[in-house]
Design a protein around this ligand. Structure first.
Ligand code: PAF
Length: 262
C-alpha cells in the first residue's frame, strides 16, 4: 500500500532514496519517471504540489488540472512507495526565500513567463530540504527547467544527484504534458507540427516546416548548446532544438537533440 504524507514531520520518519517532483495530473510521462526512479533507488517518493510561485498567470494556476485519486493509482502502479501532498504552508511556512534563476531564467520560457523559473527553483529546493532524497529525477521535456535545476544543485553544492529522463510521446510524436488535456482532436493534429519541426537539422528548414501549420503560433525556436544553453555555433558538439508556442491559448513546449552533421 502506498504511503501518503502531508507534513514534513511525517516524512522525517521515513527515508526515501529517490524523489519525483510533480504538480499532479500524472500521465504516462510521469509513470516513466517513476519507473526509472525505481531502478535508481529502493524507496521512491512522488511529490504532488501545484506551486503558486511558478504561475505568473493566476487563471492558469486556478485551472491547472487536478486528479489526486487517479494520480495516487498511477503512482502506486508505477512503483512509488510514497506520495507527498503538502499544503502551501508546509512548503512555504514563513517568509519565502526566493531562488533566482539568473539571466537564463529570463530567456526563452522565462521571457514569456517572467519569474517562472525563480518559482520552480524555489519550490524544488524546498522539496529537496523537506524530503532529503539522494536522487531527484526530472523529465527532459522541460529542458530549460532541467538545466537550471542541475545548475542550482551544482552552484549550491546540494547533496544529491539530479537525473534526467527522456520525453515520452504519443504515437504522433506529441510530447506528453498535463496541458494536453486542453487540446481537442483538431488541435492535437495541429500540434504534430512541433515534432515534425524538430526532425529537421537546421533552423531554416525548421521554420519552413512551421509554415505548414498556421494554427501554431510560434513563441521561440532556437538551437542551443546543451552544456551552456547558449546559442549553438558550428563548433557546438551537443546541439538541441528548443521550441515553444501556442495553439489557441494552450502553450506547448518541446525539444530534441539536433544532428551535428548538418
Ligand atoms: O515540472 C514540474 O512539474 C514542476 O515545474 C516541478 C519541477 C514539479 C516544480 O513545481
Amino acid at each position: 500500500m502506498i504511503e501518503i504524507h502531508k507534513s514534513s514531520d511525517d516524512l522525517a520518519r521515513q527515508k526515501y532514496d529517490v524523489l519525483v517532483p510533480t504538480m499532479g495530473a500524472l500521465h504516462a510521462g510521469h509513470q516513466s519517471l517513476i519507473e526509472i526512479a525505481k531502478t535508481k533507488g529502493k524507496k521512491v517518493l512522488v511529490s504532488i504540489f501545484v506551486n503558486p510561485l511558478q504561475f505568473e498567470d493566476k487563471n492558469d494556476l486556478k485551472n491547472y488540472p487536478k486528479s489526486l485519486d487517479s494520480d495516487m493509482n498511477l503512482a502506486e502502479k508505477a512503483g512509488a512507495d510514497g506520495v507527498f501532498t503538502p499544503t502551501e504552508d508546509v512548503i512555504y511556512p514563513g517568509t519565502i526565500v526566493e531562488i533566482s534563476a539568473g539571466e537564463l531564467g529570463e530567456k526563452y520560457e522565462g521571457k514569456s513567463r517572467p519569474k517562472h523559473f525563480n518559482g520552480v527553483l524555489t519550490v524544488v529546493k524546498r522539496l529537496f530540504e523537506i524530503t532529503s532524497p539522494k536522487i531527484a529525477i526530472f523529465g527532459e521535456k522541460d529542458f530549460q527547467q532541467l538545466f537550471l535545476i542541475k545548475k542550482m544543485a551544482k552552484d549550491l553544492n546540494l547533496p544529491l544527484d539530479i537525473i534526467s529522463a527522456p520525453t515520452v510521446r504519443d504515437k504522433n510524436g506529441l510530447a506528453l504534458s498535463s496541458r494536453n488535456v486542453y487540446l481537442d482532436d483538431n488541435q492535437k493534429r495541429s500540434a504534430q507540427i512541433i515534432y515534425k519541426t524538430l526532425q529537421k537539422s537546421n533552423l531554416d528548414d525548421m521554420h519552413k516546416v512551421l509554415l505548414d501549420e498556421p494554427n501554431f503560433k510560434l513563441d521561440y525556436l532556437e538551437i542551443i548548446d546543451e552544456n551552456t544553453f547558449l546559442k549553438a555555433d558550428k563548433n557546438t558538439q551537443n546541439k538541441r532544438a528548443i521550441i515553444a508556442g501556442w495553439i489557441n491559448q494552450i502553450r506547448l513546449i518541446d525539444n530534441m537533440p539536433v544532428s551535428t552533421k548538418s
